[in-house]
Design a protein around this ligand. Sequence first.
Ligand code: PMP
Length: 397
Amino acid sequence: LFASVQLAPKDPIFGLTESYVADQRPDKVNLGVGVYYTDEGKVPLLKAVIKAEEAIVAKQSPRSYIPIEGPNPFNSAVQTLLFGAQSTLIQEGRVVTAECLGGTGALRVGADFIKRLNLNAPCAITNPTWENHRGIFESAGFEVIDYTYFDGQTRGVDFAGMVKSLESLKQNTTVLLHACCHNPTGADITEAQWAQVIEICKAKQLIPFLDIAYQGFADGIEQDGIAVRLFAQSGLSFFVSSSFSKSLSLYGERVGALSIVTQSKDESIRVLSQLKRVIRTNYSNPPTHGAAITAAILNTPELRKMWEEELAEMRDRIKAMRQGLVEKLAAAGVKQDFSFINTQRGMFSYSGLTAAQVETLQKEDGIYALSTGRICVAALNTKNIDRVAKAIARVLA
Ligand code: PMP
């Protein structure tokens, strides 16, 4: 039965972590991950999460099935977080939200839903993008194409190229957009540029699909939601996948949501009914625990405040590491301008390191990064940053 089964390639990110774990060097550093670490090199367990969890455990609730689309306290809190407490879309019943298994699950459920609309159009993703975007949409049966995004010279967005590329897409193409903290490059577009993207989506009748996996990691919860808010004002129907993996450090709980903005309450009712069919035939209904923690934090003012402070701490630490790396590279004698690392946002930076340089860092220094040169700035800390800067300076020399 399995004689002809080929060995699949390792997942580039999880595969790299396997190599890192097997590495015996005590001062090894894993910059290949997509996880936020504290200055002590640990995945944080947020105080707000501990508090919320204590209250949940004390209640001793039974674990029955929850609705196919997830619990309302969670779904409505997600809507408020994304669209704002005063959102007219929410008031008009034009947002459908379902708890999903992380941002990944939300993307997949969204992809399956769009596929069932039989639009016969591809899905367009940024070049480059998060590894899994292509796989998720291909698995859902889409042809996946790239659109221009990153400029290797400026290490920012090639916006003119992006516009040209988006304008060439065929009607009903699903356009996957990183709402903030672009993964893997850290390069985001400005508010004015988002307005232009919206106009193109309207003119070309594209289907916007916003992926927001790092809300709060660039400038703040509200500020990082700007793209979602602009789309909300646009009158377009669109999709949003959101994740609490990073912002609540709840990676393994798989907490995310898919929100679909429709044109009317009546449309919402029909869309939700179909969305439930997609979910029911996939995993039936979502898990209870992560969504309960998340809902408690978002809906309880005391916990919400605690979380916002902890999120700010994560954001500020990443910024300090960005600055530190730029300074330490210069101090180590690097002549190239690395100031772009301070401009890039979120957990990642496209460092410009070549695959060969990345390989040398891994072999000679036990410093792991992706072969594309993506480094996770959130894995730097005050103990490893000097060594990392010196090693990078050496491979660049
Ligand atoms: N979208 C992007 C851009 C991501 O970087 C990630 C996580 N690396 C996800 C979605 C998925 O997040 P989750 O772990 O919640 O599935």
